[in-house]
Design a protein around this ligand. Structure first.
Ligand SMILES: Cc1ncc(COP(=O)(O)O)c(C=O)c1O
Length: 182
């Protein structure tokens, strides 16, 4: 499988980063002014960051957000204090597109409006609302112009089909399928 051809690529493979310096496979050093895509501008491999991530990876990598997560509470508390918006609520999302998508929805829920003013040649991500406010025909699919949905039957109708798929997958992976009874 090939990687989807999203952007033209610079012919550089960054293999390592320390602080504000990166090194490619040939060991050539670069002063990295990229700034972590403006979302993680803390420098590369900061020891505290590495220590916190290592600790978390060794303990629990993923769990549902329907259980208590003290780390999220701690983050909300720290962000509230750092930003001076302690009485605001923190909505955690996985990506910039998701953040913009939900910001648009939240604004619309709040003011009941549907019109958005956006900048020419701006980019907001690839989710539906983010694409809708982006005037780049390359990322606007016909479905982004609005679409009809038909809600059909009940999910239970699909359970036998899903189980068949799971079994086939398990056989393919030569793994034992474990069923949990709730
Ligand atoms: C200004 C801006 N908004 C939104 C996005 C989308 O973020 P993500 O790729 O995390 O969905 C990007 C990503 O490049 C961006 O630069």
């Amino acid at each position: 499988m090939n990687l989807f051809d999203v952007y033209p690529l610079f012919d550089i493979e960054i293999a390592k980063g320390i602080g504000c310096r990166t090194y490619d496979k040939q060991g050539i050093e670069y002063l990295d002014l990229y700034g972590g895509h403006a979302v993680i501008s803390i420098g590369h491999s900061h020891p505290y960051y590495v220590q916190k991530l290592t600790h978390q990876l060794e303990n629990l990598v993923f769990y549902s957000n329907s259980v208590v997560n003290k780390l999220q509470v701690e983050l909300a508390d720290k962000l509230g204090k750092a930003s001076g918006y302690e009485d605001y609520s923190l909505f955690l999302a996985n990506s910039g597109a998701e953040a913009n998508e939900n910001a648009l929805k939240l604004a619309s829920f709040h003011n009941g409006r549907r019109k958005v003013i956006a900048f020419n040649k701006s980019f907001h991500g690839r989710t539906s609302a983010a694409v809708r406010v982006t005037n780049n025909p390359k990322i606007v699919a016909p479905i982004n112009e609005g679409f009809d949905v038909e809600f059909y039957g009940k999910i239970t109708m699909f359970v036998p089909l899903l189980l068949k798929e799971f079994r086939a997958l398990a056989e393919y992976e030569s793994q034992q399928l474990i069923f949990f009874r709730l």
